[in-house]
Design a protein around this ligand. Sequence first.
Ligand code: SAH
Length: 222
Amino acid sequence: MINSDIQGIGMTSQRTRDRLVERLREKGIKNQRVLEVIRTTPRHIFVDEAMAHRAYEDTALPIGHGQTISQPYMVARMTEVLLAAGVPDVVLEVGTGSGYQSAILSRLVAKVYTVERISALLQKAREAHRKMGLLNVYSKHSDGSWGWEPKAPYLAIMVTAAPQSVPPSLLEQLAVGGRMVIPVGSIGGEQKLKLFTRTTEGIEEETLELARFVPLLDGAIR
Ligand code: SAH
């Protein structure tokens, strides 16, 4: 990819990106590092060219296979919540999708492990990470409801698709002192963004706000 592709022009220019960050600030995002990383990460390379002119709107956009790249506000909010108790070395993300959220995380922590069930999406996400020169995102094609066992336990887990109820394996792979942000609820119905923390006493659960995500589904497919 030539440099101007990443830098962007017109609807993908730095000015357009600055306006997005202004909106996120207005919506209550406070973590300066998160805002700065969003300001300096091209979102348009994570969507199809036909969608690139909308990449810096604060909305989810289609990425094919019935999936979406998350809304920038949600990306910022979930990242901010995950990092609120201190910056973890490693994050496990379930639902790579476009790869945008993992790219944001990769610029804030040492290593990102990310799992995606749709192989075609994972291939594209890897290509986008390669274009950006990101070397600390490790990805796997599988059903992320089972987590990523050999690398567990995690101090930080982010799930970017909504299950009806929290997969037990993910809670098991949460370290003491660890945090997991996850939308929970039915599709079409109400979903709530939740924060789970593991203490020496057990699991604590907090509801943060309403959310709208694609469903967390079983099994890996091509
Ligand atoms: N974080 C992504 C959001 C993509 S939408 C981004 O920044 O673009 C959520 C993604 O979760 C979809 O790509 C969907 O295929 C994936 N997904 C759904 N269920 C899954 C599962 N059980 N394991 C892994 N990925 C899953």
